[in-house]
Design a protein around this ligand. Structure first.
Ligand code: ZN
Ligand code: ZN
Length: 452
């Protein structure tokens, strides 16, 4: 880089001048703006390597500035500087496109360290050119890192389908979205560090619910220990306490040597309020499902089709009828309610390209587990058939099911599909499997197998 340039957007004149001097002394070309709108204008004119932006600005605020600049100048590194350390500000700034969030007052050492780190990735991204992922020419893909329900069960009997609990990685439209943090997330963390090296790991972790098999891997997810990484965790408030309280609880001293608040990465935990939101360009729809406590299913709409993830869910009807019998409620009323709820679920999954669905029990086993919050295989298959899903992965395998047992369940599931006369593809979710979504909708999806 010949003479790097920086744009400082800050309404406080003294503060702005002081930072400008620091950069000038280190041989940077400095541009200054006193409000959001003129900041955006100068950014587009001069395309600086780095932008330092205050959050509370006249005209356009810092979040708006980040969003506008990020849409038009992908390689520029945006550092948001704020006097307030609210987790929600930090998360919103990163969501708006900032690469870094620093607290005032800032020293040259802190700035330099952060700039050095951010600029190491610049040569790989030529100026004003979006990466292939951002341009959408890299097809979205799904990788399964943990497919087991309830408890990890490693060993020879589960070698083929895998023993780790729920974790699915989705790469789509420039985003890394991780679905749940069961023990499978450990392998993902190691792979990300290997792939990205000194670059920042920037990802969003979507939690369905906080049962052990969906959060237990988080303390073993290497990227949370490294300060360069930006990790956003999203999920709904639990039945008894908030998401961050529960995630912190599993890392309290009696259970784990490092506390959640000691983790070095930029970790933002946000409770979702809406049932529809965006992660970058990926639209997400959420639905609460039938499972003890608060548990969500998610559907991600990518540029190459949609992916539904509903790892824990029980069909309504058997449960409602059981409860009706216990409580003396009218059977027809109970059935009507269950039918209505199932119809909503069918709508949620309608025409989905890939659906990763709870199929913990055989139909026989389920009879003894009504009310445990999980599905028997045939109910999952029929649900997916009714919703016209294109491809189903039977997921959340019971810890007592060995590979041969899962093979048999998949065979029975295929038999149900054959009888229906539909062309739905069905298979058992297998740890290490990768699915590439074809960009051209007419081409079939293909599974790439890898040994992780
Ligand atoms: Zn589970
Ligand atoms: Zn659960």
């Amino acid at each position: 880089m010949l003479m790097p340039s920086v744009l400082i957007i800050e309404d406080d004149e003294d503060g702005r001048r002081a930072v400008a001097k620091l950069f000038a002394r280190a041989d940077w070309k400095v541009f200054e703006a006193a409000d959001g709108d003129s900041g955006v204008e100068l950014a587009l004119q001069n395309r600086p390597e780095v932008i330092l932006c205050d959050l509370l600005l006249p005209k356009s605020n810092g979040f708006q500035v980040c969003r506008t600049i990020r849409q038009q100048l992908q390689p520029t590194k945006i550092i948001v500087v704020s006097g307030r350390d609210y987790a929600v500000d930090r998360a919103s700034a990163l969501e708006a496109g900032a690469d870094e969030f620093l607290l005032k007052p800032i020293t040259w050492e802190v700035l330099q360290e952060s700039i050095d780190r951010l600029l190491t990735s610049i040569p790989k991204r030529p100026r004003a050119t979006a990466s292939p992922e951002e341009l959408g020419s890299v097809p979205p893909r799904i990788k399964l890192w943990g497919v087991r329900g309830s408890l990890p069960v490693p060993g020879p009997a589960t070698n083929r389908y895998g023993g780790n609990t729920s974790c699915v990685e989705v790469r789509a439209d420039g985003e890394i979205i991780v679905l749940d943090a069961g023990t499978g997330i450990r392998g993902l963390g190691l792979a990300l560090e290997k792939e990205l090296g000194p670059e920042t790991v920037k990802l969003t972790l979507l939690i369905t619910h906080t049962h052990w098999d969906h959060i237990q891997g988080l303390p073993f997810f290497a990227p949370v220990y490294i300060s360069k990484n930006l990790i956003r965790i999203l999920g709904y408030e639990g039945a008894r306490s908030g998401l961050s309280t529960i995630l912190a609880a599993q890392m309290e001293t009696p259970f784990f040597p490092v506390g959640l608040h000691e983790l070095q990465s930029h970790l933002a935990i946000e409770e979702l309020k809406d049932m529809e939101f965006h992660i970058g360009k990926v639209k997400v729809e959420a639905k609460f499902v039938n499972h003890p406590g608060i548990c969500a299913g998610y559907r991600l709409f990518t540029s190459a089709g949609s992916i539904a993830y509903m790892p824990d869910n029980e069909p309504y009807e058997p449960l409602k009828l059981k409860l009706a019998a216990q409580d003396g409620i009218d059977r027809n009323e109970a059935r009507d309610f269950a039918v209505g709820e199932r119809a909503k679920l069918v709508e949620f999954l309608r025409d989905c390209d890939v659906a990763i669905l709870d199929s913990q029990y055989t139909d026989e086993e389920y009879k003894a587990h009504v009310g445990w919050g999980h599905s028997p295989m045939s109910s999952t298959v029929l649900l997916a058939l009714d919703a016209n899903v294109k491809r189903v992965l039977l997921f959340h395998h019971d810890p007592s099911h060995d590979d041969d047992m899962i093979d048999r369940m998949v065979e029975q599931a295929r038999e149900l599909v054959r009888k229906s006369g539909k062309a739905m593809v069905i298979e058992g979710a297998r740890e290490g499997a990768e699915i590439v979504m074809e960009l051209a909708a007419q081409r079939p999806l293909k599974t790439v197998t890898s040994d992780q």
